[in-house]
Design a protein around this ligand. Structure first.
Ligand SMILES: Cc1ncc(COP(=O)(O)O)c(C=O)c1O
Length: 384
């Protein structure tokens, strides 16, 4: 495999590193750098004279992000990060004492704290246990918790990451939603560790709420993300930051009626971060051009190759490589300290992370099979 679905020429980071940390923070492609430079330059030279143009650009970015997530643009709001989107759901829904939320253990802090904070309102948070070394979340684990809760008045919401951040288990999102809805529960899915790489169809999957920042698999800048609210759920969320941009008459500042926009824009209170929105748009366009089917096939092949190579070295692969597989491969080397292993590969130019008790490797569509071979060789020659 010599060609990569994303052009390596877009990623100058390749000149310095074997960058295998897209589950952490991605490098920006040239296209995003150019888009950010263009709008910044315009703000320098023209101030707000071209504001309408950048507002139109913002709506084109929304449509591109919607295409990536498989949703209607009117159901998508810009947020500053995933955490903000999660907070919009946790704090925007109305809760009463005794309402129940189900959330898996080993989640990223931002995916669990918003629900734990509801305990002070009397909300019951049931933390369910993933299974085995891969921290798998088969549908049965959710089914058992939902069934248990039936005797206690039911479940209001199931919150989970589509792909777990540390060992990378990808739960079966459409089946989870189908199951939860059968029990009358809504589903809030943090999609940051999958969207941009794995084909995503939130609307077809009937997900109620979802969110993702752009700086991981979407290859965008930090500090800009998207928040999906299914239109049937829009009225259930109280906008937490109402401002001029939240209302249907947004350009008429003298009209002080709080008449919320009838799209997800009601969750956008104030002036937009147009600079990062433009960067995110350029990155998403690269991904859409390559196609997520193609990207996922490529990364899946790299991940399989890595898992096989690691097995040959006697390393323990902590990530599922069957139905729960994702772009994350986390491994441990028996008898070696994980941070030492990560430091050794870092010295050889590999960017990886230490997560979930192992070294987390997360390639994207411009990484090559050759880089995976080089990583395996580096591990072999480190005589771990
Ligand atoms: C599952 C998950 N959710 C959320 C985040 C980060 O959230 P934010 O975009 O708010 O920084 C991460 C980052 O590692 C993550 O892995």
């Amino acid at each position: 495999m010599t060609e990569t679905p994303l052009p390596r020429s877009q990623f100058p980071v390749c000149e310095r590193f074997h960058y295998l940390n897209h589950a952490g923070v991605s490098p920006l492609p040239i296209a995003a750098q150019k888009a950010i430079a263009e709008i910044t330059d315009d703000f320098v030279r023209a101030g707000a004279a071209n504001f309408d143009h950048w507002q139109d650009a913002q709506e084109r970015a929304r449509s591109a992000a919607a295409a990536l997530l498989g949703v209607d643009p009117s159901d998508l709001a810009f947020v500053k990060n995933t955490t903000e989107g999660l907070g919009f759901v946790a704090n925007g829904l109305s809760w009463k004492r005794g309402d129940r939320v189900i959330v898996p253990d080993f989640e990223f802090p931002s995916t669990i704290y918003p629900w734990l904070s509801l305990r002070e309102l009397g909300v019951e948070v049931d933390i369910i246990k993933p299974v085995g070394e891969t921290h798998a979340l088969p549908i049965e684990v959710f089914a058992e918790a939902l069934e248990d809760n039936e005797r206690r008045g039911g479940t209001k919401l199931v919150a989970a990451s589509w792909v777990q951040y540390a060992r990378g288990y990808r739960l079966d999102a459409p089946r989870l939603v189908e199951l939860a809805h059968r029990y009358g529960a809504m589903v809030c899915l943090d999609v940051i560790q999958g969207a941009g790489l794995i084909p995503t169809a939130l609307e077809d999957w009937n997900v109620d709420f979802a969110m993702a920042d752009s700086h991981k698999w979407m290859l965008g800048p930090v500090g800009i993300g998207v928040f999906y609210v299914a239109s049937r759920c829009r009225h259930l969320l109280r906008p937490l930051e109402p401002g001029w941009a939240s209302v249907i008459h947004r350009d008429d500042f003298e009209n002080l009626d709080l008449a919320y926009d009838d799209t997800a824009r009601r969750f956008e209170g104030g002036t937009y971060n147009n600079i990062t929105i433009c960067g995110m748009h350029a990155s998403i366009d690269l991904i859409l051009k390559a196609g997520t089917e193609q990207l996922w096939r490529h990364v899946d092949t790299l991940a399989d190759h890595l898992a096989t190579g690691l097995g040959g070295l006697g390393a323990t692969v902590l990530s599922d490589r069957a139905e729960g597989r994702s772009g994350i491969v986390t491994f441990a080397v028996p008898g070696s300290d994980t941070s030492t292993v990560a430091d050794l590969v870092a010295q050889r130019g590999f960017q990886v992370s230490v997560r979930g008790g192992g070294v987390r490797v997360s390639p994207h569509g411009y990484n090559s099979l050759r880089e995976i071979d080089d990583l395996i060789s580096a591990l072999r020659s480190s005589a771990l």
